[in-house]
Design a protein around this ligand. Structure first.
Ligand code: MN
Length: 486
């Protein structure tokens, strides 16, 4: 019964590679079960259907996910597409795996390209499934990835619809979860379908550019090695991978040619510890002239999607501009795999990542606030705004930091600090000066909220706030007070 396209052994080997204590029996069982269940089915490509399930499991293994998730990846279309029902799966695989499969199956039925109303409702359901178990959405993203890879067998119209949906909803969700590698892949695959000519052009130019720049990067590394020779800091230097779609987006939003956009090259320095990240930064700045104002410390202040690195830009000695990211191996993993990397980390060494719960809670909270928004349009808008990674960092007078979407106001900040601070907000000072409540906060602002006991949320605050959290809190207050039309 050996199948040359979908052999079991490599799956098990990959799994045991990061779970040496497990025999992978659950994966083996799911493999056999799913293969049998899909035995007579074919994909639109004419291939065996099981190849799809196999690829999804393979992606999940790349992300080093736990055994129930990989098993659920193999089984994810069984309830949907075969005669085997939920009861049988529960008997065979237990509650955890069945719950994951049902979560994915539910999302399968949702339609995200219909009316605003329906789309919003469906995103709510999807997010609810996510809130209960983040692994459901990771399986769904792996499923979407393989479907995007095999889209060419569908009608042109269907291809376009699926690519649009991937670009507008799945890729941003992957980005929000910090799963950058997956996000880039989803975007590039969609871009290829939406605009094959431009896609071919950008990828050819990138390829040529990589060849041209290999020499510059080589020389940079040689010089860096020289400056590092007196230290024992371990490091590796990587050329930065390019996301074709983001280059295209810059070209079209700034209306500039490829050559203008891609004028600087990217490099990554990966080392062992946080202390050595800063040591590397010192050496880089001492050896190459930094571009003024280019340094950002995402280690001290991580992005909302967990991302951490030091960013700086320097001139190489032959005059090229090089954008450098410095990070530890673990930060590197997080930057590629995002929340999935943390999920595994948590399983392997319980409690070691003390921020993990906080981050997952943040996601749950965010989904809860979104639940409160009544109109579908409002829901979709908040969803998209909050999903945008563009954000500002604003400090409390005591120096703790809040990350907010661009365009946020002191009211958003007040609600981000505490609901009561938001509810009793009477005014705000930014950097020591009184500002309007509608003031647009900038990174580095120190925001001091003035509260008064007898203050309460006003209806027109809804026109000022940008975040789902503030909006939901104001609305629930007004509703409680019986204000009409909320
Ligand atoms: Mn599927």
């Amino acid at each position: 019964m050996a199948d040359p396209d979908t052999p079991l052994e490599p799956l098990l080997e990959k799994f045991k590679g990061y779970s040496p204590d497990s025999d992978g029996a659950l994966i083996e069982k799911a493999y056999n079960y799913a293969r049998k269940a899909h035995a007579n089915q074919k994909r639109a490509s004419g291939q065996e259907y099981f190849i799809h399930c196999y690829s999804v499991a393979n992606t999940l293994l790349d992300y080093k996910l736990d055994q129930p998730t990989v098993a659920a990846g193999l089984l994810h279309d069984v309830i949907e597409d075969t005669a085997n029902g939920e009861d049988d799966m529960r008997r065979e695989f237990g509650d955890e795996v069945t719950r994951l499969v049902l979560g994915v199956t539910k999302i399968e039925h949702l339609n995200f390209s219909s009316s605003d109303e329906e789309t919003a409702g469906n995103w709510r359901k999807m997010l609810l499934a996510t809130a209960q178990d983040i692994r459901v959405i990771i399986i769904k993203l792996a499923d979407r990835l393989h479907n995007m890879h095999t889209l060419q067998y569908l009608s042109a119209e269907k291809q376009k619809r699926i690519a649009d949906e991937t670009l507008s909803l799945y890729a941003p969700l992957a980005q929000r979860l910090g799963m950058f590698q997956l996000k880039s892949e989803l975007e590039d695959l969609s871009f290829k379908i939406q605009n094959p000519t431009l896609f071919a052009e950008v990828s050819a130019k990138l390829e040529q550019q990589a060849k041209d720049r290999a020499g510059v990067l080589d020389r940079f590394k040689k010089e860096l090695d020289m400056h590092l020779s007196s230290t024992t800091i371990p490091y590796r230097l990587l050329a930065r991978t390019k996301n074709l779609y983001s280059i295209y987006r810059k070209m079209s939003t700034q209306n500039r040619p490829f050559e203008d956009i891609q004028d600087s090259m990217g490099a990554r320095i990966i080392t062992d510890t946080v202390a050595n990240c800063y040591a590397m930064l010192g050496i880089v700045h001492a050896s190459f002239k930094p571009v003024a104002g280019s340094f950002t410390d995402y280690i001290a202040i991580p992005k909302m999607n967990l991302y951490q690195s030091l960013h700086t830009t320097v001139f190489s000695s032959d005059g090229h501009i090089i954008e450098i990211q410095i990070r530890t191996e673990e930060m590197h993993r997080t930057s590629e795999y995002g929340i999935a990397a943390h999920w595994r980390y948590k399983l392997v060494s319980k409690g070691k990542d003390e921020h993990f719960d906080e981050k997952i809670n943040w996601l749950r909270q965010w989904i809860e606030w979104l639940q409160d928004l009544t109109s579908p349009r409002e829901f979709l808008e908040s969803f998209r705004t909050d999903l945008e990674l563009t954000q500002v960092f604003v400090f409390t007078p005591k120096g703790s930091v809040k990350a907010l979407p661009i365009g946020s106001t002191p009211l958003d900040f007040a609600y981000a600090v505490h609901t009561e601070i938001g509810d009793t907000c009477a005014g705000a000072k930014v950097n020591g000066h009184i500002v309007q409540l509608g003031y647009e906060l900038k990174s580095g602002d120190i925001c001091d909220i003035i509260t008064r006991k007898n203050m309460s949320p006003k209806r027109d605050w809804l026109d000022i706030v940008k975040t789902a959290r503030a909006r939901s809190k104001i609305k629930s207050y007004l509703r409680e007070k019986g204000v009409e039309g909320i």
